[in-house]
Design a protein around this ligand. Structure first.
Ligand code: WTA
Length: 658
């Protein structure tokens, strides 16, 4: 802990100056003064029930309003807006048809430059029709549907179609392997998988269908695989029931049938499934993320609370208005893509831009060209991407007309002051506020940020807790530390858009988040609050590392490695990396008579990629005779990190094994 804190502290001492909101922006912003923010924030935490009630009534459309705003049922079962009924797809689509039917809801660009766009009416019609198709296949309220599709409009349509039926979606990032996909389908108890034949990245086809079929070998309960055809598949064969089958059953070998996404839509032609009003707490989705133990956690989010957080933060943090075209570069397979690539902007009736493919393909100008071409107004991305842009030529954005931009955002890891200034000056031309948003898959939406027209930024600090959110920086005993000191970041009370549980393991939810420091939500991050109340995030205090804004559990990698027949013992650590934030490095001692050569190394790397996905590829696998351990047998990861980062092993080594 001391090491992480020391190095982060050095970074932040560099710049504590306040950059005020650009005046032209502040003049037209929803909240345009610091005092207005402070007053509203204070009010929002002192009278929090009134605050949440007022925002929920104003921002969301309800079939029936709630009877009780907040109910603590004990055992960390928190219910918000009890008795309320609503539908997320209605809120994102139908309610906009009176005034925005012909406005663009979704604009998509493929890696090959092809474009598609959908008005709110078109998107609503497709969603309602596809929901009807899913209903015809037996999908109903309370079911779980897994999606493994890549970044295509049909992903958005499918997610909203699930929401329309009250079924929970479980989106799996297309970079995950068959094994990870299968594990997520099984854990979520999902009977249906929707995929595409391929998706495209860096000009290559990723064989999603082949991966899906392999994954389903470990999922005996899945009865159907629906496939979006993108690669110009041959004409569909006809089944005896008259329904088209994408791939005819092969001698009954599979336990699941295969059908086509387009056919599912086509069969429901002319029919529109109504938006089913569901209770506030109906699960809207689950999303798997890495935790500090080996097994990924299925983070479950509710309908009303989550949608309120997504909508509210879009309104205040992104100052979203009717003319905005919001580009969140995160993949929809992660929480950022859910909240800011779909639910938040659409719920407010803003247009969303979606891009399939790599940001640097075919070259590093791609991003700036897309902003210019589509006149995008909000650009929300991760520091790892910004560092890559700087490396490829810091002046490149200047060659493009980026005048459509009015607000910039950063998420996923601490944005270093140097990168902050580059983004603000070179991309934003000093006229766009830059909001640094701290939050987590678990929190559902932004928790700490600046309010762009009202609160100045300190580059490197995420800002203040948002409305209705109260946080503290505390020591091991849960006592608040003095301003300026470092400690654990906790949220002091439940909030509507927080996760509700871990799928299938409520006890783990209690233990991980609510029992570490009793009464508080434990974020797993170190932080410091400065004298002005700004929050500085200093990184994780658990075994989760952040590689290019992807969360990877070092424990998950370790448990995989020790399960491999060639491996005796293993440790995985995160080491600092100038481009990606952190990189994964593994230390492995091999079983007797296994040679420590490049083919063993390659085999272990391939095994990790196969088990998790290519984004978890370790930078290095180092073979060691034995791992440094304490007398009680715990692996001393700090020493391994020091070694990996080229430092002399520090601290007390007297307890080392050898
Ligand atoms: C880190 C992504 C510093 C943090 C939304 C958190 C950040 C984890 C920031 C959650 C930020 C996210 N500044 N660190 N602005 N945003 N983090 O679940 O360690 O993928 O706990 O959610 O990313 O990652 P997750």
């Amino acid at each position: 802990m001391a090491e992480t804190l020391r190095s982060s502290a050095q970074t932040m001492m560099a710049a504590e100056q306040i950059i005020p909101p650009p005046p032209a922006f502040a003049a037209q912003a929803l909240l345009g003064s610091h005092s207005a923010f402070v007053k509203r924030w204070q009010d929002s935490v002192e009278n929090s029930e009134a605050f949440w009630a007022e925002e929920a009534a104003e921002l969301l459309s309800w079939e029936k309003t709630w009877d009780q705003l907040f109910v603590d049922q004990g055992e960390c079962r928190f219910h918000w807006f009890s008795g309320g009924m609503l539908n997320a797809s209605y809120n994102c689509l139908d309610r906009h048809l009176t005034s925005r039917a012909h406005k663009t809801a979704l604009l998509w660009e493929g890696e090959d430059g092809s474009e598609r766009s959908f008005t709110f009416r078109e998107l609503r019609d497709l969603v309602a029709q596809f929901a009807q198709g899913l209903a015809a296949k037996g999908v109903k309220q309370g079911d779980v549907v897994t999606l493994y599709m890549g970044m295509v409009p049909e992903l958005t349509i499918t997610m909203l179609a699930c929401a329309r039926l009250g079924a929970a979606h479980n989106v799996v990032f297309a970079g995950f392997s068959a094994e990870s996909l299968g594990a997520r389908i099984g854990d979520a108890n999902s009977a249906l998988l929707i995929t595409a034949d391929v998706c495209y990245r860096r000009g290559k086809e990723i064989p999603l269908l082949a991966i899906s079929r392999e994954a389903l070998q470990q999922c005996p309960d899945v009865r159907e695989l629906i496939i979006l055809e993108r690669a110009g598949s041959p004409p569909l064969p006809q089944s005896s029931s008259g329904e088209h089958l994408l791939f005819p059953p092969q001698g009954g070998a599979s336990h699941f049938r295969e059908s086509s996404w387009q056919e599912t839509l086509e069969l429901a032609k002319g029919q529109q499934h109504p938006a089913v009003a569901v209770p506030s707490e109906q699960p809207l989705f689950m999303l798997y993320t890495s935790g500090s133990t080996g097994k990924p956690k299925g983070i479950l989010h509710s309908t009303a609370g989550y949608l309120l957080g997504a909508t509210l933060s879009c309104r205040y943090v992104f100052d979203l208005n009717d003319r905005d075209i919001f580009w969140c570069t995160a993949d929809q397979g992660w929480i950022t893509g859910h909240t800011y690539g779909l639910y938040g902007p659409l719920s407010l009736g803003a247009s969303v831009f979606m891009y399939e493919g790599a940001l640097d393909f075919p070259d590093w100008e791609r991003v700036w060209r897309m902003i210019t071409r589509h006149r995008l107004t909000i650009f929300y991305t991760a520091p790892t991407a910004l560092r890559a842009f700087i490396k490829q030529g810091p002046d490149r954005p200047r060659a493009h007309d980026l005048s459509s931009l009015r607000l910039l955002g950063s998420v996923g890891e601490m944005i270093n002051p140097r990168v902050w200034h580059w983004f603000y000056h070179t991309v934003g031309g000093e006229r766009c506020p830059l909001v640094d948003t701290w939050w987590q898959t678990e929190t559902g939406a932004a928790m700490v940020s600046t309010i762009p027209g009202a609160v100045g930024s300190k580059p490197g600090s995420a800002g203040y807790p948002l409305f209705g959110i109260d946080l503290q920086v505390v020591d091991e005993n849960g006592s608040e530390v003095a301003r300026g000191s470092q400690g654990y970041l906790v949220i002091t009370r439940p909030w509507p858009y927080m996760m509700r549980t871990i799928v299938g393991d409520h006890q783990r939810f209690i233990d991980t988040y609510w029992r570490q420091l009793p009464g508080c939500y434990f974020t797993g991050d170190f932080a410091r609050r400065d004298a002005d109340g700004y929050v500085w995030i200093l990184g994780r205090c658990d075994d989760v590392i952040n590689v290019s804004a992807h969360r990877i559990s070092t424990m998950e990698v370790e448990s995989l490695l020790v399960a491999h027949p060639l491996v005796a013992e293993a440790a995985a650590v995160g080491v600092r990396d100038a481009l990606t934030g952190q990189q994964l490095q593994c230390f492995v001692s091999l079983q007797p008579r296994v040679s420590a050569d490049s083919s063993t190394r390659e085999a272990l790397i391939a095994y990790i990629v196969r088990s998790i996905g290519s984004f978890a590829r370790p930078r290095e696998v180092v073979f060691v005779e034995s791992l440094p351990k304490t007398r009680s047998g715990k692996i001393m990861r700090r020493i391994l990190r020091d070694k990996a980062e080229g430092r002399e092993a520090s601290g007390d080594l007297s307890t080392l094994e050898s």
